[in-house]
Design a protein around this ligand. Structure first.
Ligand SMILES: Nc1nc2c(ncn2[C@@H]2O[C@H](COP(=O)(O)OP(=O)(O)O)[C@@H](O)[C@H]2O)c(=O)[nH]1
Ligand SMILES: [Mg+2]
Length: 551
């Protein structure tokens, strides 16, 4: 079964004007809570609550339901009030049959009746049933319901009565002189309704069957019984649906309720408008922009600076250059270079497979942000908050600013995680390094071979052994060419590679810078932009809600 609330929402969804406006104020107050002035917000919420409790289900209409036992005369009364022959009299409706409804003035009543569960074929617009203009303007907005007999054995009928009691502005309980004192009726139906005393009316029908001299005492007796039920003060109208006695009085009471409901509605909706207008005055109704892109870039710059990104990037460039030089340089000097520490290792940043283990566990040893860097972060964040707030009314300034720094406690950790968690990619050795390295070693071996060869020749000369034929190449002895040429070629190749190494280290540094800034960008999104966006979303909800409330 659709819950009452869902039903009400459905009504709202279908554009019941009053409830849409109340819901608008309610939504706006909820979203503004903690962001705009508390007193204003509380007031708006209270008004929405009060109006909602009173009007949200059937705000545009006055719902009057006729209830009672079979044969008491509900259907006859229904017909007498509508002046139409709509409800079948004297028949106990089959279980598939439900409430019969008639609406005076049709605006939105169909939706209301749908929700009540009145089948379309049982919904009647009184206007469409009359030829000429209606004379009973005072009943405009009335929805009259002829409920299923309450003594029906069908459980669903009881359920429906419960639903209707929550919705009805007036519940007319129809009794007849024969059964008005029936204990079962009082215990089972009337007593439980004591809490709805305000909306109850009892019609003592079939009064034509009671002798005139006995009518007054019967009404008095019934009033006593009602008082015993906890229904004291509930008006009793003696009437005869068949002959029309008492029906004008019943109609008058109903018209009074219609007028009272209209007055209540007018007053409550005026309250809704006033509360919404006051909140809107503070809230403003400008269309807010998003956080500008250049602002975001400033933010990332400041955060990257504070996180030590330039330090890391510099270290990456130096480290890459050093490792590349070691790989591609002349093996002798490269070997000596091995003794200097790697700048990245000094920062505890990744080199090789241990990098992943470092992630999230140990902090990088990047120097803490300096006061200047912190100040730059503060300025950048305030810049973003101010630029967003500048589109909004002054009342939103504090909320936006508060949101912008709300996650500052997590800042250091988040930045550190961003840096240590980013794969710097420095452990990968480019193919050309390896190729050059192999080439360097071949050249080195050639030089070494030349050296040994020459050494052997020297030793043989020293020992006065017959000198073997030494091949020459272009007039230079081959071992000499190998030794000198090898050393020269190695040094030249190493120097040549330095140009590429420098270029390649810079490229690596640039790519690391990009990666780190992407990671830092996520941190700024998470810690600064998103909280601000939440405020902007709240602002939009407040603005739209108030616009709806003031429609
Ligand atoms: N004499 C008399 N008969 C009535 C009156 N109201 C209803 N009836 C008759 O009582 C019977 C039951 O009426 P009905 O309107 O169908 O009662 P319901 O079951 O409550 O809808 C029908 O035969 C009606 O004609 C009344 O005020 N006076
Ligand atoms: Mg009936």
């Amino acid at each position: 079964m659709t819950s009452l609330l869902e039903g009400a929402k459905k009504l709202v969804g279908r554009g019941s004007d009053v409830s849409t406006r109340i819901e608008g104020l309610h939504t706006a107050a909820e979203a503004a809570r903690g962001r705009l002035d508390d007193d204003l917000v509380d007031h708006a919420a209270e008004i929405a609550e009060r109006a909602g409790a009173r009007l949200s289900l059937s705000g545009n209409h006055t719902v009057v339901a006729l209830a009672g036992a079979t044969g008491s005369g509900k259907s006859s009364t229904f017909n007498a009030l509508t002046g139409l022959d709509l409800a079948a009299i004297g028949v106990r409706r089959p279980t598939t049959s439900w409430t019969m409804a008639c609406a005076w003035g049709t605006d939105g009543a169909g939706e209301l009746m749908d929700w009540v569960g009145v089948p379309r074929r049982h919904q009647v617009s009184r206007d469409s049933m009359l030829d000429g203009p209606r004379e009973d303007r005072e009943l405009e907005g009335l929805v009259l319901l002829d409920l299923p007999d309450h003594d029906s054995t069908e459980v669903s009928h009881h359920v429906e009565v419960d639903r209707l009691v929550k919705l009805a502005d007036l519940l007319v309980w129809v009794l007849d002189p024969q059964k008005y004192a029936d204990a079962a009726i009082h215990d089972r139906y009337l007593k439980p309704l004591a809490s709805h005393r305000e909306i109850m009316l009892v019609a003592l029908n079939h009064i034509d069957a009671v002798h005139e001299s006995k009518r007054a005492s019967m009404v008095a007796d019934l009033e006593l019984l009602l008082a015993a039920d906890g229904l004291d003060g509930v008006p009793v109208i003696a009437c005869s649906a068949r002959y029309g006695e008492g029906i004008p009085e019943l109609r008058r009471v109903i018209a009074g309720r219609v007028a009272a409901k209209k007055a209540t509605r007018t007053r409550l909706m005026a309250d809704v408008s006033t509360a919404a207008a006051r909140l809107q005055q503070v809230n403003g109704d400008a269309k807010p922009g998003d956080v500008a892109r250049e602002r975001k870039a400033e933010l990332v710059d400041a955060f990257a600076d504070a996180a030590g990104v330039p330090t890391v990037v510099r270290a990456v460039e130096q480290s890459t250059r050093r490792r590349a030089t070691r790989a591609t340089g002349w093996p002798v000097t490269a070997w000596l270079g091995r003794l200097k520490p790697d700048p990245l290792k000094r920062l505890h940043l990744d080199l090789g497979s241990s990098a992943k283990e470092l992630t999230g566990r140990s902090r990088a040893s990047i120097p803490e942000a300096s006061p200047v860097q912190r100040a730059r972060v503060d300025t950048a964040v305030r810049g973003v908050a101010d630029s967003v707030a500048s589109h909004l009314s002054p009342a939103w300034g504090p909320a936006v600013r508060r949101a912008s720094i709300s996650r500052f406690d997590d800042l250091n950790d988040a930045l550190d995680r961003a840096v240590t968690g980013t794969d710097l990619g420095v452990s990968r050795t480019p193919l050309w390094w390896r190729l050059v390295q192999v080439l360097q070693w071949l050249i080195m071996l050639a030089a070494l071979a030349g050296g040994i060869w020459l050494g052997v020749l020297v030793v043989m000369g020293y020992l006065q052994l017959p000198e073997p034929e030494t091949p020459t190449y272009g007039g230079v002895p081959v071992p000499t060419a190998l030794l000198i040429g090898g050393i020269a070629a190695g040094i030249v190749l190493g120097l040549l590679c330095r140009v590429f190494v420098r270029w390649s280290a810079r490229a690596k540094a640039r790519s690391v810078d990009r990666r780190l800034r992407t990671a830092i960008g996520e941190v700024t999104d998470e810690l600064v932009i998103r909280p601000i966006d939440t405020e902007l979303a709240a602002y939009r909800v407040v603005r739209d809600g108030l616009a709806t409330a003031l429609r």
